[in-house]
Design a binder for this molecule. Sequence first.
Ligand code: ADP
Ligand code: S3P
Ligand code: MG
Length: 173
Amino acid sequence: MALKAQRIFLIGMMGAGKTTLGRQLAGRLGYTFVDLDEYIEQREGSSIAQLFEVGGQEWFRQKERQALEAVVQDFEQAVIATGGGTPCCFDNMNFINQHGTSIFLDVPADELTQRLLLTDLSQRPLLAQKSEAGLKDFIVKTLAERIAYYRQARYTLSGKRYNIEQLESLVKP
Ligand SMILES: Nc1ncnc2c1ncn2[C@@H]1O[C@H](COP(=O)(O)OP(=O)(O)O)[C@@H](O)[C@H]1O
Ligand SMILES: O=C(O)C1=C[C@@H](OP(=O)(O)O)[C@@H](O)[C@H](O)C1
Ligand SMILES: [Mg+2]
């Protein structure tokens, strides 16, 4: 059954397609698109890589939580692409579920690895300078640590090749 969706939060691992599909979904629904990483970069005037370098991951997670709260204040009807670690810090997953409809983009580790290898890894500080084998190990290990959070999403879309129509059908008002 279709839902009356207001805020739609996309969650899942790095490389799952939250930013890419989130932008497309927002366009189709006529909603605002917010990428949480870009929102943080604008608020802080620094790239994600610089924020990690200057303050470390813990400090970044505080900035990320503040940005999540600000996005909820600022946008009532939006598709929000979170960062891969967002649901796993503080009570962010509860916060997300209290303020919108969450969708877990559940992509297998081997596919995530292949996609990420085609990108500039330095833009994602947790992946910077990893070899192909190191990247795969990190993705497998991190997914195992995070899956309990991701599974708290209201909906899950699993696979390598799901398309935007399948995503839209979950939330089309
Ligand atoms: N459905 C998809 N199929 C194949 N490649 C994809 C898909 N979605 C995203 N990608 C690619 O994977 C990479 C990571 O996508 P991105 O949207 O930045 O993921 P996330 O925001 O979840 O980290 C990009 O290079 C993007 O082009
Ligand atoms: O998984 C993570 O901890 C992170 C994911 C990134 O976002 P994407 O999931 O959009 O790559 C970004 O927030 C940061 O590099 C940390
Ligand atoms: Mg992203």
